[in-house]
Design a protein around this ligand. Structure first.
Ligand code: HEM
Length: 204
């Protein structure tokens, strides 16, 4: 069963994921421009793009545990998932700067003054080197340092979810659920690999 699913997934081209994954942003922009996003289209756009960013970050973080614990191999899609997540964070930031705040001086003031913006910005800054090195050349060039560098996605995802927790007013369960999912996905990575240790012990 697992093999059949993995075999099917191998045949899905990554470009299809890039296209399908990136389409919601122009679609949302179109909806905002045509009045389909309600009375506060900029706010709605900001919210939708932030959510998509979080979903793709979570999907990227789920790849390793899904392979380890469910035998589902989505490894070939991991780069696309990460880059699409970055694309949404970038669009989210652009909407905030270009459509919402609009005044460059105010952008800096908000980043410095509002803790949830500072945290969101920290997540974005952490993701920049990861997006820039998500290509075969960088993987080859950086060698083992590539994996160490890309562990920064753990911090970026936690900061992204924290940003959401901080910006909602009052007690809301949704951002806490996202934070919980991210922490659980990170926690799963800490479970020691028993079988491998056993194999190594028998081999030794
Ligand atoms: C990894 C990075 C980020 C993630 C995952 C993220 C995610 C989110 C999410 C999920 C929301 C709320 C959506 C909702 O209410 O349904 C949101 C709102 C928002 N984010 Fe982000 N964000 C990130 C980075 C940033 C950055 C870099 C900025 C700006 C510097 C920013 C500014 C905002 C603003 C202004 C709002 C709307 C707040 C309001 O309701 O007025 N975010 N973000």
């Amino acid at each position: 069963m697992g093999e059949r699913i993995n075999g099917g997934l191998r045949r899905v081209p990554t470009w299809a994921l890039y296209i399908l994954g990136m389409l919601p942003a122009p679609w949302l922009l179109w909806q905002g421009a045509t009045g389909a996003l309600g009375v506060e289209p900029i706010r709605a756009l900001e919210h939708e793009l932030g959510q998509w960013a979080l979903w793709f970050l979570i999907a990227g973080l789920a790849v390793t545990p899904l392979r380890r614990f469910a035998g589902l191999n989505l490894l070939k899609f991991r780069r696309a998932l990460g880059l699409i997540a970055f694309y949404y964070v970038f669009c989210h930031l652009l909407v905030w700067i270009v459509l919402d705040v609009q005044i460059l001086g105010q952008v800096w003031a908000d980043i410095a003054k509002r803790p949830y913006i500072t945290i969101g910005m920290a997540a974005f800054v952490l993701l920049i080197p990861l997006a820039l090195t998500s290509n075969n050349w960088s993987v080859r060039k950086l060698g083992p340092r590539w994996r160490t560098l890309h562990k920064a996605v753990y911090a970026a995802a936690v900061l992204g979810a924290m940003h959401f927790v901080m910006l909602v007013k009052g007690f809301q369960i949704e951002p806490l659920v996202y934070l919980g999912i991210i922490l659980a996905l990170l926690g799963l990575r800490m479970i020691p690999r028993k079988r491998r240790v056993a194999v190594r012990q028998t081999a030794g």
